[in-house]
Write a protein that binds this ligand. Sequence first.
Ligand code: ATP
Length: 214
Amino acid sequence: MVSLQALFGGTFDPIHYGHLQTVEALAHQVGLRQVTLLPNNVPPHRPQPEASAAQRVAMVELAIADRPLFNLDTRELMRQTPSWTVETLEQLRAERGAQQPLAFIIGQDSLLSLHKWHRWEALLDLCHLLVCQRPGYPGTMPTPALQQWLTQHQTTDAEALHRQPAGLIWLADTPLVPVSATDIRQRRHQGMPCDDLLPAAVIDYINRQGLYRP
Ligand code: ATP
């Protein structure tokens, strides 16, 4: 059987334990051998990351150096223009073939606003969605129609994720990790410590680069 390949997109400004610990727990639950991190380009009309693309990549590299579950794909940062997730998934699908089970990992907050993503309804044609819990976000979708969409696609059969190439939603029973990149940046701006929120090697890098300064 071909094994399920999982991708995890994010701004990673900076990468933190909310990303790493939840996805490690998810991987254990559904049997993922590898998770590919996809740092994204932020469209010009949205608030820009404080760290440069190169700095975000460097922080991801430091965070995953001793975490063999993860690898890194910088394709979205290599392009001149920001890419939509659906387009990156189309590219990955074309590369890996129609039968390869693919999954895209998101947090609960992203699930709740997924209907605002470009061509969101095409996502499940391309991949499964694996959803990590996130503290502070409701467990139900914002409209009955979206809740129905979720119910229609939801599975509690982890093996089905490995059998089928795409189309299922798995709501993971992951630990609630109350960390966000926004909170880390704010704490740093206020000169507060962030020791338990992200790996020490990433904190060292942030200090050396003078990122998120007061
Ligand atoms: P920001 O605070 O800058 O918006 P963030 O902490 O949400 O950043 P992103 O890089 O934007 O981090 O997130 C990438 C993905 O990780 C998203 O799908 C998001 O839902 C998920 N995620 C981030 N933090 C957590 C967390 N603490 N628990 C579960 N999922 C998370």
